[in-house]
Design a protein around this ligand. Structure first.
Ligand code: PAF
Length: 282
């Protein structure tokens, strides 16, 4: 597996693959990789002969007071993990490589509306940082497909919108959330949880599943279902940021007869913010 840090090395390697008519898939990450990322690499490999994994802790998607400085940076460990997968290349640029004019002068890509609610409301500017860095990764790697995890449901919708709107000739694929045995969605931020918080954390997914079951059973009073969930999460020690039943297609408010729903949640356990969701087709 090749590891490159510069745009030049990346471009040379990709040009060589293109010369052999090989397709390229991109899995963008911020490192601190776990089994969820490995599943995205495996999925990427099903769609292309070559898989690039980018590892870059992107400063523009962290707000003031967020965990940019503390975010786990584990490049050596990540390399060892990816060596055991079908990834072909790691692109691990530094900030200067990704933002050559500096952060203040960086051209920004912004998707309106879709980024205003949910994680966009609690993390102002977050999605502008995500779309800005993903657009840069797209133009550097020029992949045929790019793979994102369903755990970040709003993120993958925003990226799909940007890709279509800016005519990037890239197919966006969403990979299922990978979970620990007790249901907790794998996330690099799970490492922040204390022992007690880790024990309580699976209640988030359990609550989503209960809501999903109620929807399958035909309950349609969304506000009541959301209120039940808030109570359950509050009792388990969560401070809920949002818990909402929405249309899966665009995260808008669903009609009672909508069949394709997503239940979205973000909640804090102590200082750790967890997000999760389930798609429910009734
Ligand atoms: O989901 C992530 O890890 C990040 O938001 C991404 C897509 C790699 C952009 O920095």
């Amino acid at each position: 597996m090749i590891v490159v840090h510069s745009k030049q090395e990346l471009a040379e390697q990709i040009a060589e693959w293109r010369l052999h008519d090989e397709h390229v898939a991109l899995v963008p990450t911020m490192g601190s990789l776990h089994a969820g990322h490995v599943a995205l690499v495996d999925l990427a490999r099903e769609h292309a002969e070559r898989v690039v994994v980018s590892i870059f802790v992107n400063p523009t998607q962290f707000g003031d007071g967020e965990d940019f400085d503390d975010y786990p940076r584990t490049l050596e460990r990540d390399k060892r993990l990816l060596k055991k997968t079908t990834a072909d290349l790691i692109f691990a640029p530094d900030v200067k490589t990704m933002y050559p004019f500096g952060l203040e002068m960086a051209t920004s890509v912004s998707v309106p509306r879709l980024t205003e609610n949910f994680c966009g409301a609690s993390r102002p500017g977050h999605f502008d940082g995500v779309t800005t860095v993903v657009a840069r990764l797209f133009t550097l790697v020029l992949p045929d497909v790019a793979v994102f995890g369903q755990k970040d449901y709003q993120q993958q919708l925003v990226i799909r919108h940007m890709t279509e709107d800016l005519n990037f000739p890239i197919k966006i694929i969403t990979g299922e959330t990978v979970r620990a045995d007790d249901g907790l969605a794998l996330s690099s931020r799970n490492s922040y949880l204390s022992g007690e918080e880790r024990a309580a954390a699976p209640v988030l997914y359990e609550t989503l599943c209960s809501t999903g079951q109620e929807l399958q059973n035909g309950r349609r009073n969304f506000a009541e279902l959301e209120a039940d969930a808030l109570e359950r999460l509050g009792n388990a020690g969560f401070e809920v940021d949002y818990y909402s039943i929405r249309r899966a297609l665009n995260m808008e408010i669903p009609d009672r007869d909508c069949d394709d729903l997503v239940v979205l949640a973000a909640a804090r356990l102590g200082a750790t913010r967890l997000i999760d969701n389930i798609v429910v087709t009734t």
